[in-house]
Design a protein around this ligand. Structure first.
Ligand SMILES: Nc1ncnc2c1ncn2[C@@H]1O[C@H](COP(=O)(O)OP(=O)(O)O)[C@@H](O)[C@H]1O
Ligand SMILES: [Mg+2]
Length: 254
C-alpha cells in the first residue's frame, strides 16, 4: 500500500461535466469544473441550492460518473476505471460522511467503524482503531447500536468509519445538516483535527458559513461552475461571498 499523500495535490478534476436526463428535461449539473485539492487540507464547497454541490462531491468520490472530464485521485483516474475497480478504490481509498449518517442499524458502533475493512477482508490495526475511536470520543460506546446513540454520536461513528482506512480523501456532504449546533461543532472539530494531526485531506459541502469557516479554503459553485474562492476565511468573509453570489438570499442568519 502506498502512503496517504500529505503534500502536493490529492485530487484534480478536469473539465468535469455532468448532465442528467436528455432532450427537453436535460439538466447540466456541472458545467466544466476544474479543481485541484491540496493534500492535507480542508476544503469547503458552497453555493445556492441546486448549484451542483452534491453532484460535484459524488463525481469526485466516484459515487457517480461524470458525463465528461476526468477525476485524478492518488494515481487513478476515476473516470477510466471499470465498475469493479471503482468500487474497490472507493472502499479502500475514499471516505464518505453523509448528512444522514448512513450507519447499518443492526451493527454496533465498532462493527460500523470497521465495516470498510471487514468488506475488504482486512483486519483492523488494533492501535489505529483505538486511536480513531479515542479521537472521536466513542471509547465507551463501541457496543451500542445506532438507535442507542445520539445524532452527534452517530455522526462521530461515521467519521471514524471514514478515517479507519486512512483514505486518500474524506468527502462529507452537509455532515452537520442533521445535528444541533453543539454536536455539529464537535464533528467539525473532528474533521479539522483529522486534517491537522493526521494529514487527512477533507472536502465538505455545507451551506453554513460557520461550518465553512473551519476550512482552509472555500470554493463557490453557481449553476454548475466554480465562480469564487476564499482562503482561510472568517465567517464574515464567507457570508459576504455568498451574498455576492446570490444577492436575493438573506444576507445573514444561517
Ligand atoms: N439524479 C438526478 N436526476 C436529475 N437531475 C438531478 C439529479 N441530481 C441532481 N439533479 C439536478 O442537478 C442540479 C444540481 O443538483 P445538486 O448537485 O443536488 O445541487 P446542490 O447539492 O448544490 O443542491 C439540480 O438542478 C438538480 O435538480
Ligand atoms: Mg446537495
Amino acid at each position: 500500500m502506498t502512503a496517504t499523500p500529505t503534500t502536493g495535490v490529492a485530487l484534480a478534476a478536469r473539465a468535469l461535466r455532468k448532465e442528467y436526463g436528455a432532450g427537453q428535461s436535460r439538466v447540466v449539473a456541472l458545467d466544466g469544473v476544474d479543481l485541484d485539492l491540496a493534500a492535507a487540507r480542508f476544503t469547503a464547497v458552497m453555493g445556492p441550492s441546486g448549484s451542483g454541490k452534491s453532484t460535484l462531491l459524488h463525481c469526485l468520490a466516484g459515487l457517480d460518473r461524470p458525463t465528461a472530464g476526468a477525476v485524478h485521485i492518488g494515481d487513478a483516474d476515476l473516470t477510466r476505471l471499470d465498475d469493479r475497480r471503482l468500487t474497490r478504490l472507493r472502499r479502500d481509498r475514499i471516505g464518505f460522511v453523509f448528512q444522514k449518517f448512513n450507519l447499518l442499524p443492526t451493527l454496533t458502533a465498532e462493527e460500523n467503524i470497521v465495516l470498510p475493512l471487514a468488506i475488504a477482508g482486512r483486519r483492523p490495526d488494533a492501535t489505529w482503531l483505538r486511536q480513531v475511536v479515542a479521537a472521536v470520543g466513542l471509547t465507551d460506546r463501541l457496543g451500542h447500536r445506532p438507535a442507542e446513540l445520539s445524532g452527534g454520536q452517530q455522526q462521530r461513528v461515521a467519521v471514524a468509519r471514514a478515517l479507519i482506512t486512512r483514505p486518500w480523501v474524506i468527502f462529507a456532504d452537509e455532515p452537520t445538516g442533521n445535528l444541533d449546533s453543539r454536536s455539529g461543532a464537535e464533528v467539525l472539530r473532528l474533521l479539522r483535527e483529522a486534517v491537522d494531526t493526521l494529514g487527512q485531506t477533507v472536502v465538505m459541502v455545507t451551506h453554513d458559513p460557520a461550518a465553512a469557516a473551519h476550512a482552509d479554503r472555500v470554493v463557490f459553485l453557481a449553476d454548475g461552475r466554480l465562480v469564487d474562492e476564499l482562503h482561510e476565511p472568517t465567517v464574515g468573509d464567507v457570508r459576504d461571498a455568498l451574498s455576492r453570489l446570490d444577492p436575493a438570499a438573506a444576507p445573514a442568519g444561517r
